[in-house]
Ligand binder design. Structure first.
Ligand SMILES: [Zn+2]
Length: 230
């Protein structure tokens, strides 16, 4: 399924498109967004159709330093792309090496995630995608794990264990995450995108994983809804 945003589209991705075009971010793709996009497409040698498809999105929502990233397709069958947060404080930078060291303390062989979106929007490689990750209990074999750095509020003086879950993604992280997911969906068109918390057990068997059933609030936002159009 191609990812397309056009006249009448709504939602967080439309907000990002508007932000990149320096428009008011109301999240509604109206005629001003369309006209501005056509102009932008002309300036960037893209088909000026006023529709934000994969080619336009790739240029419009650029990732700061995607060059350190290598994207190869996993030899495993991938059915799920699972979004995580590192459960670190808002604004606190973390490198892949730090996360890897933390995960090794759990006795794991390597970092649990396959991709990490750093605070500045850099996308970095984690574990080799051919290898099964360690990020979602019972669902690692056929999934790709993607984490962004953050996911907890930062309250000075408050103990780590008492900090609440918070969607701390910076604008750059949001754009990077979206760009990465667009690429991953091209590679694994049948894979479903969800958040870690969506894999919590459905205790009352009503088919919906409700907030009280979340084993963890990771990734601190509703990934399933945000990326359902991808
Ligand atoms: Zn998680």
């Amino acid at each position: 399924m191609a990812v397309i945003y056009k006249l009448g589209s709504r939602g967080p991705v439309v907000k990002q498109i508007q932000g990149a075009l320096h428009l008011i971010q109301d999240g509604i793709f109206g005629s001003l967004t369309r006209e501005t996009l056509i102009q932008w497409q002309k300036e960037h040698e893209l088909t000026p159709d006023g529709i934000a498809g994969p080619a336009t999105l790739a240029k419009l929502l650029p990732v700061v330093t995607k060059n350190i990233l290598h994207m190869n397709k996993s030899r495993r069958v991938i059915t799920d792309i699972v979004i995580h947060c590192t459960a670190s404080r808002e604004g606190q930078a973390m490198t892949v090496e730090q996360i890897r060291a933390d995960h090794k303390k759990n006795g794991w062989s390597d970092i649990g995630y396959h991709y990490v979106v750093l605070l500045d929007g850099t996308i970095a490689n984690g574990r080799d995608v051919d290898l099964i990750g360690a990020h979602v209990s019972g669902h690692n074999a056929h999934s790709i794990g993607v984490a962004y750095v953050g996911g907890l509020e930062d309250k000075p003086g408050v103990a780590y264990s008492r900090l609440k879950a918070k969607d701390t993604r910076t604008d750059r992280q949001k754009a990077a995450l979206l760009s990465l997911l667009i690429d991953l969906k091209k590679m694994y068109p049948d894979a479903k995108i969800s958040g870690h918390r969506d894999f919590s057990p459905d205790k009352n068997n009503n088919g919906i994983i409700e907030p009280q059933e979340w084993i963890k609030s990771c990734p601190s936002f509703d990934a399933k809804t945000e990326y359902k159009h991808l």
